[in-house]
Design a protein around this ligand. Structure first.
Ligand SMILES: Cc1cc2nc3c(=O)[nH]c(=O)nc-3n(C[C@H](O)[C@H](O)[C@H](O)COP(=O)(O)O)c2cc1C
Length: 214
């Protein structure tokens, strides 16, 4: 068969991930890999797939951007009336997945999502370009809009409304912090014998490390 889907096959050989090289905790390890993704020039190096579970039982996935992280969790911003937000109200359990193609790396994180403090959403909203602030008012994220024109008209209306003033943060816009309890670091290796190192929290809230078969 000459179908490229069927035949395309890459040998992963850019790097390795051994227990002896892994950081003592997943946050430090994640920082190293995130910095390397940025240094490698990966566009949207902070983009990840966020999966949530709705009342139907189906997972739903979409890309969002990581805006900050520390030992308290990983933060992204969105519309609190979006589909993802209503799913998070149904179940706070999420899966995050980062894929850095050129580095042959994937990171999978499980955790629970909590809304961030208003002050944190406010500070981030203030740092956004004005056009993005306006879009947050004009776009009822995840709802049906009849036409593109309807959206463009909403942008024009909001732009006029806030002319000459700062654009305030919509009350329905803010961040979530994902509090992780599991990180899997995947490094591609030749012949599908990849490295997979997992950090998991034990009952004393200490992180322990183990390896998974590829
Ligand atoms: C590269 C990229 C970055 C994105 N970043 C965000 C983001 O940070 N926040 C957000 O709400 N949506 C972001 N989106 C749009 C989401 O993928 C999605 O379309 C939107 O949040 C609505 O999702 P929902 O209907 O499941 O709630 C991004 C999309 C892409 C492709």
């Amino acid at each position: 068969m000459s179908d490229p889907l069927y035949n395309s096959r890459k040998q992963y050989q850019r790097s390795i991930l051994l227990e002896s090289d892994a950081a003592g905790n997943p946050f430090d390890q994640f920082r190293v890999w995130l910095d390397e993704a940025e240094a490698d020039g990966i566009p949207d190096f902070n983009a990840f797939t966020l999966s949530t579970i709705g009342p139907s039982g189906y997972p739903h996935s979409r890309i969002v951007l990581l805006r900050t992280f520390d030992r308290d969790g990983l933060v992204f911003f969105t519309n609190y009336e979006s589909r993802k937000a209503s799913e998070l109200a149904h179940s706070d359990k999420v899966c995050m997945n980062f894929f850095w193609n050129s580095l042959e790396r994937q990171v999978r994180i499980y955790g629970v999502a909590r809304k961030v403090a208003d002050s944190e959403s406010e500070a981030y909203f203030r740092s956004r370009p004005r056009e993005n602030q306006i879009a947050a008012w004009a776009s009822p994220q995840s709802r049906e809009v009849r036409t593109r024109e309807e959206l463009d008209e909403a942008v024009a209306r909001v732009t006029k409304e806030f002319e000459g003033t700062d654009v305030p943060r919509p009350p329905y816009w803010g961040g979530y912090r994902i509090i992780p309890h599991y990180f899997e670091f995947w490094q591609g290796r030749p012949s599908r014998l990849h490295d997979r190192l997992v950090y998991k929290v034990d009952s004393d809230f200490e992180w322990f490390l183990f390896r998974l078969a590829p």
